[in-house]
Design a protein around this ligand. Structure first.
Ligand code: BG6
Length: 483
């Protein structure tokens, strides 16, 4: 593999939010880190003619932040020389001529980033092929929503496959680019001490929470058709579940890692319509006092909308390692804290030697992804002084030098992987479809059982029924304020 392969990155939807907030800033960071070839070109596809200075100024404004150092900001003009705007009406074949001419002046690897609505994927891919923009190494990058259900995901994937083979298709789930998510693999598979404990015999339950404080805001148009289950669980939470629950892959190759993740998706116990009441909770943020945000008051939301902005559910992985152990998933908007974490709750000691002390708690491994990254293990130790009293001891696995080293943004890592052709952190067609096959029956169950979204106060941890979901098993959600 070339150290710095030469690529042309063609961004469709270059004036959109994703391009301005994530892609261009991530490419700038990669440029600053010296990991890009100086011969790379970034093509910003615009629908209408736009003055190059205005376009570059918009990119600069979203990339250079008040926190950017003067030294880095001074390098923007050098980076901006690599950006070339090209006008293209995505649905008109002739419109692709300028792009084709531009690309065919070199034999560089081509990366087409589709930051456009999925209903345009097929047309754009077809016209790229027709207009001779696709060559021996042309890759496509797409993001969610990849389908609305299994059927539509199958169609989207099949449409893309007519132009781009699977090994040239990079489906992004930005959660897989997060530093801590990859660290979970290192923690599990580069150490021997955890692996024997990583099973239902030793672990009582696992919780995966992705909590946001923000409301839906101006995304209601998208969100009304989507809801939290499709927006977050089908992709981000299930991908986290896979990384936590998968078997050790034989190699760190895209095929081996993704095969193991797929086995987890296939082992998920279906939640059928008769299970939805017992195993799932839907919620919608509201404001009982009429002062805070309420989903139904967001612009573009129907006043009787039942779309869920919160979901909690109990999943189970039916295999030898995890049989019988619950994995609780929870996500929502307008919750009390922004917090994404994975909690591995170990079992209680089999025999309590210290029954005269009330402070002993079972061991717990808390993997925090956001707002900070940390991995902490709770143990029990003796309180100093007289008597045999216990107290919790926290082992911070991120202490020392690591905390001072800045980790890479998810998009930096993922874009560099696309440039280097490494598919390990991207989802395969089969993964997306298997995830939908598990999600679809839940949505069908909600519809057939009339399982409605329950109101929860913005700024809380969701509806109380979410606590009851765990209480049925005598469990509780991890309280971030406790150890
Ligand atoms: C996106 C969802 O995929 O992830 C958003 O569409 C959500 O609704 C976002 O806010 C959360 O990402 P992060 O990285 O901020 O946790």
């Amino acid at each position: 593999m070339d150290k710095h392969p030469i690529v042309d990155i063609v961004v469709f939807g270059s004036q959109g939010d994703l391009s301005k907030r994530k892609l261009i800033p991530a490419l700038f960071q990669l440029f600053l880190k010296g990991v890009l070839s100086p011969h790379n070109r970034i093509v910003a596809i615009t629908r209408h003619t736009i003055d190059q200075t205005i376009l570059l100024e918009a990119f600069r404004a979203s990339t250079i932040q008040p926190t950017t150092s003067a030294e880095h900001a001074a390098r923007w003009p050098e980076f901006a020389q690599h950006i070339f705007p090209i006008v293209c009406d995505l649905e008109v074949a002739e419109s692709y001529s300028a792009l084709s001419e531009f690309l065919n002046t070199t034999q560089s690897i081509r990366i087409f980033y589709f930051s456009i609505p999925p209903n345009l994927f097929g047309t754009v891919a077809k016209l790229l092929k027709l207009k001779n923009c696709i060559h021996y190494d042309s890759r496509v990058v797409v993001e969610k929503p990849l389908g609305h259900d299994f059927k539509s995901a199958e169609i989207t994937n099949a449409t893309l496959a007519q132009t781009f083979p699977e090994d040239k298709t990079f489906r992004i789930d930005h959660y897989l680019g997060k530093e801590t998510v990859q660290n979970i693999m290192a923690l599990r598979f580069a150490n021997t001490i955890l692996e024997p404990l990583w099973c239902a015999d030793r672990i009582d339950y696992i919780q995966i929470t992705v909590a946001e404080t923000v409301p839906v805001g101006n995304r209601a148009g998208y969100y009304e058709r989507t809801g939290a289950l499709r927006d977050m669980v089908q992709n981000h939470l299930l991908q986290l579940l896979c990384i936590v629950a998968m078997e050790p892959p034989a190699r760190l190759t895209p095929y081996a890692v993704r095969d193991e993740k797929l086995k987890v998706l296939h082992s998920l116990r279906p939640i059928l319509s008769h299970d939805v009441v017992e195993k799932t909770v839907r919620g919608q943020y509201c404001d009982l006092q009429g002062v805070g945000p309420s989903y139904r008051n967001e612009p573009g939301v129907a006043e009787d909308s039942d779309t869920e902005t919160f979901v909690a559910l109990k999943a189970q992985v039916d295999n030898w390692r995890w049989a019988g152990m619950p994995i609780y998933l929870r996500t929502g908007k307008c919750l009390k804290q922004r917090r994404s974490e994975i909690v591995i709750q170990f079992k209680e000691v089999p025999h309590d030697l210290f029954s005269n002390t009330r402070s002993m708690s079972a061991n717990r491994l808390t993997i925090l992804l956001q707002p900070e990254e940390s991995i902490r293990l709770r143990l029990n130790g003796k309180s100093p002084g007289k008597g045999m009293n216990l107290e919790p001891l926290m082992l911070n696995l991120d202490s020392g030098n690591r905390a001072n080293r800045k980790s890479w943004e998810a998009y930096e890592r993922l874009l560099l992987d696309v440039i280097q052709g490494d598919l390990t952190l991207f989802m395969r067609r089969t993964d997306i479809e298997a995830a939908w096959q598990w999600i679809d029956p839940i949505i069908e169950g909600w519809q057939s059982r009339g399982h409605q979204s329950l109101p929860y106060t913005a700024g809380s941890w969701g509806p109380v029924e979410s606590d009851q979901l765990l209480a049925q098993d005598s469990h509780i959600w991890h309280n971030p304020d406790s150890l």
